[in-house]
Design a protein around this ligand. Structure first.
Ligand code: EPZ
Length: 429
């Protein structure tokens, strides 16, 4: 299994091209199931999760073609995928595939809307908490679906098609908002989603569905209204830049010091995280082509954060910010409110010498003057990358094991960091 080896101590200087957002690309690919015409997605990141979803969609009959790099295109440019679900050959998504990636459960929405039936394995637990699917099922029931659980599968049927309804989520859920919004595009009549997730990836999906002929208003607010249409058609859509990758590299620069241009990043997608980085003593400067992040000398200041749904501080940057705070001057509190078990990185950061104590959903970080390299591993991708951030300043060598977690969500991580002067390499063992 591959490992990442890092020798800490180098500042980061240079340019990092920000990739298309994983968490936008996945639902956008799933939206291809809604039409028999081709959906062309540009700026799709080259990630293990994208490749796995191609296989899962292929199983339903989606024909997926990857367009090659065009002459003159920079090597970090995202790929173009043509997805065509001309004929859906199977409405079942089996356990073997869904259990590998929770987001693949989301096929239930488009399959039910277009084929009036779907049989999708329950995704099960995962490393960051129990993550139930009750909001999805209640949302689809509100659109007239009959739902049963059978041997670990959700069996959903709407023999006469879905009908519009009002869905009020008890708590904003990104996935449930994606699914109900996709399902409602082909339902008869009007659907209102109340307490919808406002994440930029929801807005990106809505923009793509609108380009496919859907009638959607209010995406990005708490109330989304969808007027069902008879049919959707093909479209071309560019995946928005990855705000979590952006925040991760910005925090890496805040940690090491240096001066890096995050090319293609959009500051409006992560204002809360950028505010926290600025408060920690790092300069953040929006430019015409992205975001410049620099810290030359000066201490890292302690800043407390609480994760919240968008536009608050994102849970997907909590581990990375904690890594930064391990080297701050002073104490900070990091409170996780989205997932109940997303502190798996705490004990691994401790292996690098971090001082962190836990009290339920709150981590109390006492900044230390130096981290020390060690063997570490993590069980989810954001936790894994927090260990890379720690390793970039740790004294000596850090080995991050279970690299496949990083490959799920960060495109060419070690290449991007190495190009900015980090001593980092992948080794096969
Ligand atoms: C999405 O997960 C992201 N995944 C996650 O990113 C991200 O952490 C999360 O949103 C929150 O921003 C993708 O986009 C592929 P939720 P999702 O439904 O949709 C509870 C990463 O690292 N809930 O918004 O699964 C749930 O348990 C990943 O890239 C229910 O109770 O998250 C959580 O407490 C990890 N019942 C809260 O809602 C339900 O039926 C929000 O979760 C659904 C959710």
């Amino acid at each position: 299994m591959d490992k990442i080896r890092i020798r800490g101590g180098n500042k980061l200087n240079g340019t990092i091209q920000i990739s298309g957002a994983k968490n936008a690309a996945l639902p956008l690919m799933i939206a291809s199931l809604l039409t028999d015409e081709t959906l062309r997605l540009m700026n799709v990141p080259r990630l293990a999760d994208v490749a796995l979803l191609q296989r899962i969609l292929g199983n339903h009959g989606v024909d997926c073609t990857i367009k090659g790099k065009r002459p003159g295109q920079p090597s970090m440019a995202g790929q173009t995928l043509d997805l065509c679900a001309g004929e859906i050959v199977d409405t079942t998504s089996p356990y073997e595939l869904v259990s590998k990636m929770r987001a693949s459960f989301w096929v239930i929405g488009p399959l039910l809307a277009r084929m009036h039936e779907a049989r999708v394995s329950l995704p099960g637990g995962c490393a960051i908490g129990t993550r139930p699917v009750d909001f999805f099922l209640d949302g689809l029931r509100a659109l007239g679906a009959e739902i049963e659980l059978d041997g670990g599968y959700v069996v959903a049927k709407a023999p006469n098609g879905l009908v519009g309804g009002t869905v009020t989520f008890p708590k904003a859920s990104v996935g449930a908002t994606h699914v109900v919004m996709m399902a409602a595009t082909l339902a008869k009549g009007t659907t209102r989603i109340e307490n919808a997730a406002r994440e930029p990836e929801v807005t990106d999906l809505a923009d793509c569905l609108i380009a496919m002929g859907a009638n959607i208003s209010g995406a990005g607010t708490e109330t989304i209204t969808i007027e069902g249409v008879e049919k959707l058609h093909g479209a071309t859509h560019t995946v928005l830049p990855d705000r979590i990758e952006t925040g991760t590299y910005a925090m890496a620069v805040a940690m090491t010091g240096g001066d890096v241009m995050l090319e293609g990043a959009r500051p409006d997608l992560l204002e809360a995280a950028l505010d926290a980085i600025k408060a920690s003593g790092t300069h953040v400067e929006p430019t015409n082509s992205g975001i410049r992040v620099f810290r030359n000398g000066g201490p890292i200041k302690a800043v407390s954060v609480t994760t919240e749904p968008y536009p608050g501080f994102p849970t997907d940057l909590q581990a990375q910010f904690m890594a930064l705070m391990t080297r701050a001057e002073g104490n900070s509190d990091i409170v996780e409110t989205i997932f109940e078990n997303r502190f798996m990185h705490v004990q691994e950061l401790a292996r690098l010498g971090a001082q962190i104590s836990l009290d339920g959903q709150k981590a109390m970080v006492e900044g230390v003057p130096q981290l020390t390299g060690a063997q570490v591993m993590a069980t989810d991708l954001r936790a894994s990358v927090s260990l890379v951030i720690g390793g970039l300043v740790a004294d000596g060598e850090t080995f991050v094991n279970r690299v496949y977690h990083l490959d799920r969500g960060f495109e060419r991580l070690e290449e991007k960091l190495r190009n900015c002067g980090a001593e980092i390499e992948r080794i096969s063992v």
